[in-house]
Design a protein around this ligand. Structure first.
Ligand SMILES: [Zn+2]
Ligand SMILES: [Zn+2]
Length: 168
């Protein structure tokens, strides 16, 4: 039953609180109603007023593993038409209503608002910066030759993984 309601209210909102009750989500910064956006398998809650984005914890972690440059382009395009410049004070998690923690994003000059249980609020420009920083960090940590390279060269995959096991 609840799932049906969630489907019906989509374009405009999504949030289920912990009791399973759905509420309409307004931007944490401005009065705009947020909408659900989809990019590939990424679901995001975005404000077209100020360019703010809420991502659930899972999505944030997935982006850290796979910092998708096309998703970054999509965010940059969305931000171009978001003209609102609301104040950036403290905000509450849209799911549990607890005050979100201000956390600095490694590799960037930005602070994001974070609920460790539910997700992260990215103000305009912060999400693109996050994806960029994750991509740069991955680039820096990459071994000179990866398992994928070996696979492409016809050498069986998992070579580095099995090598790693020898040392543990
Ligand atoms: Zn907004
Ligand atoms: Zn929360």
């Amino acid at each position: 039953m609840i799932e049906k309601i969630v489907e019906r209210v989509r374009p405009h909102i999504i949030v289920q609180d912990e009791s399973g009750k759905t509420t309409e989500l307004f931007c944490l910064r401005c009065a705009y109603k947020m909408r659900v956006g989809h990019f590939k398998d990424i679901e995001l809650q975005l404000c077209e007023g100020c360019g703010g984005v809420f991502l659930t914890k899972d999505v944030v972690e997935r982006l850290a593993q796979h910092p998708d440059s096309e998703f970054r382009q999509y965010i940059l395009r969305m931000e171009m038409s978001a003209m609102g410049r609301p104040d950036r004070g403290p905000v509450d998690c849209p799911m549990c209503k607890a005050r979100m923690e201000v956390a600095s994003m490694p590799g960037t000059v930005h602070n994001v608002d974070l609920c460790r249980a539910h997700g992260t609020w990215f103000d305009r420009t912060e999400l693109a910066a996050y994806i960029e920083a994750q991509a740069a960090a991955q680039e820096a940590e990459k071994p000179a030759v990866t398992d994928d390279d070996l696979q492409a060269a016809g050498v069986g995959g998992g070579f580095f993984k099995s090598l790693g096991r020898l040392f543990h």
